[in-house]
Design a protein around this ligand. Structure first.
Ligand code: DLZ
Length: 178
């Protein structure tokens, strides 16, 4: 059986759904060799999103994805991630799309509307096009919480988004072969 003792697709996919995914077991991540990924990164809160994007990039490469198989586009803010993702999907070049953004709560309800828009947008895209759209969007109360999750004490959610992207791309490939 592929991947040692794990008995099947559904069990294998559920393995990672635990706590802080930055502590993942690298040996359980499928090889990313031959896979192609698109990444859309919001410029808003760049200190955070840039660090997450770098983490995602490094993690994809660490797991065998070739640098030339990763394309990165930036958009102004998280609200635009859906549109960026859609344009990338429509090229037909990718196994999965990673959206990277960071929305920090302010004094108005803007936060809620942006979070709602990008979250529903990601769901809509993934179901409309049947391609994994990975939600690497932080939604925090303040900047420190975001920094903690962009290479700080809670890991880097960009790394986790990359691992999720590889796992989902692998699942899609295997399920389509069944
Ligand atoms: C306007 C805005 C605000 C207030 N806050 C954020 C944020 O915390 N994170 C983020 O990614 N984008 C923010 N934006 C910009 C919106 O995402 C969007 O770019 C604008 O509303 C224009 O559509």
């Amino acid at each position: 059986m592929k991947n040692g003792t794990t008995p099947g697709i559904f069990f294998r996919v559920s393995i990672m759904a635990t706590r802080n995914l930055s502590d993942y077991d690298a040996n359980r991540v499928p090889s990313g060799e031959g896979m192609k990924f698109g990444m859309v990164v919001a410029e808003w809160n760049w200190e955070i999103t840039g660090a997450m994007a770098q983490g995602a990039l490094d993690t994809l490469i660490k797991h065998g994805v070739r640098k030339e198989h990763i394309e990165i586009e930036t958009v102004p803010g998280s609200f635009e991630l859906t549109m960026g993702g859609q344009l990338m999907i429509e090229t037909g070049r990718f196994d999965a799309i990673i959206l990277i953004g960071c929305v920090i709560q302010g004094e108005t309800r803007h936060f809620d509307f942006i979070c709602q828009g990008v979250t529903q947008g990601a769901v809509d895209l993934t179901l409309k096009y049947n391609i994994p759209v990975i939600y690497g969007v932080l939604t925090t109360e303040n900047q420190q919480q975001a920094l903690d999750r962009a290479g700080g004490k809670h890991g880097n959610k960009g790394d986790e988004a990359a691992v999720t992207a590889i796992k989902m791309a692998d699942s899609v490939r295997r399920l389509r072969r069944l």
